[in-house]
Write a protein that binds this ligand. Structure first.
Ligand code: NDP
Length: 357
């Protein structure tokens, strides 16, 4: 009987609510080998890819502050959001060996694992090969939660009207969600798209590869000044991935009756502020006076719109209307480093971990 030598990433210590996560918060360790003896209803899975997400930062705190995420416990295997796996053996009628799977929610950062899909702790969905082709990790980026976040955020909260000469500003624009949000905003009808990001290399990609009209490096440029220059007709939609000072600067220049898509606030994830963080008095006043909407957006609230959303994204991708980039960390042992790097801006497009072929 085959035995699979196993390893996992465990959570070693909490960075503290007001500190950046560091590699030493994680440890790669061997763990007991898995035997091919399965109980009824069990599936043996080999992990191929893992998704690395900012939302995991709150799981490093004792209190995540959100109802849909549990805190990681010290010494336990890290559970990420999503992954891609291959079924090595199955004693469940709905799952067949060699099928590829999307592992949705609570995906363990482990080389191999056994799970009982019917107990509901880990959700498995057979990967639609017709949609992802020979690029399964697309199910973690454009054709997964990331793509849906960009698409449904723009669609449901952006109020974009084709032909209305709207300008869209995206923060975190060279990241997984932001790079798609800018492209989707254009496809939905925005006439001008501006991206904010943290390096010149990212700025160049935003304009030359992803087709943004302008890019602003918030680390070295005067954001207020550059927004004035690049948004002569005002700002009508703001896809906000970062919050904090950058977002305050954008909101100060937004047009009357415009819309903030409140997607994420990564600039305050390493602080004890609640989510979403409270706005200063003057920004609240601007929102009120200019009638700017700023509803909280959580992609998981729109499960019924996932299937049509993925179909649209897949169609755009196949027509070459969407371009996707991934930053790939090679090997499970790199997982902690990849998470820390992504939180500091080390990624371009979607940060994933390639665990095995
Ligand atoms: P990204 O691929 O965008 O990676 C995170 C990026 O954030 C980094 O690359 C970095 O880019 C930027 N960043 C980090 N710190 C700061 C800072 N202090 N100020 C400005 N930018 C910073 O991650 P995702 O696409 O996965 O997530 C983007 C946002 O979307 C996050 O806020 C996340 O929480 C949110 N999200 C929300 C969902 C929802 O349902 N509402 C679902 C999924 C994600 P740079 O070099 O430009 O600084």
């Amino acid at each position: 009987m085959t035995e699979y030598k196993n390893a996992h990433i465990i959570f070693i210590n909490r960075p503290g609510v007001n500190s950046e996560p560091v590699e030493d918060n994680f440890r790669y360790e061997e763990c007991p080998a898995i035997k091919e003896t399965l109980e009824d209803g069990e599936v043996l899975i080999q992990t191929l890819y893992l998704s690395v997400d900012p939302a995991l930062r709150c799981r490093m705190n004792e209190d995540t502050g959100v109802h849909y995420m549990q805190a990681w416990q010290l010494g336990e295997t890290i559970q990420g959001l999503e992954g891609i796996g291959r079924i090595l053996k199955s004693s469940h009628p709905n799952y067949i060996a060699s099928d590829l799977l999307e592992i949705k929610m609570n995906c363990p950062w482990k080389l191999f694992f056994l799970c009982k899909p019917d107990d509901g702790l880990i959700q498995l969905q057979t990967l639609n090969r017709a949609v992802v082709g020979d690029h399964p990790s697309l199910a973690l980026s454009c054709l997964g939660l990331t793509g849906l976040t960009a698409y449904l955020g723009i669609k449901l909260k952006g109020h974009i009207k084709p032909g209305a000469n709207q300008t869209l500003v995206v923060s975190g624009a060279a990241g997984a969600t932001g790079s798609l949000a800018g492209q989707i905003g254009r496809l939905e009808g925005c006439s001008r798209v501006i991206g904010l990001c943290g390096s010149d290399e990212k700025c160049k990609l935003l304009t030359d590869y992803w087709g943004f009209d302008h890019a602003i490096n918030y680390r070295k440029e005067n954001v207020a000044q550059r927004l004035k220059e690049t948004c002569p007709d005002g700002i009508h939609v703001y896809f906000d991935n970062v919050g904090g000072e950058i977002s305050d600067t954008v909101i100060r220049q937004m047009s009357p009756d415009s819309h903030v898509i409140l997607c994420g606030q990564i600039s305050v994830y390493n602080t004890d502020l609640p989510y979403p963080p409270p706005l200063s008095q003057d920004i609240q006043q601007i929102l009120l006076e200019k009638n700017i909407t700023r509803d909280r957006f959580l992609v998981l609230n729109y499960l019924d719109q996932f299937e049509p959303g993925i179909n649209t994204l897949a169609q755009w991708l196949s027509e070459g209307k969407l371009k996707v980039k991934e930053t790939v960390a090679d090997g499970l042992q790199e997982a902690g480093r990849a998470f820390v790097s992504m939180m500091r801006g080390g990624n371009i497009g979607k940060q994933i971990i390639h665990v095995s072929d």
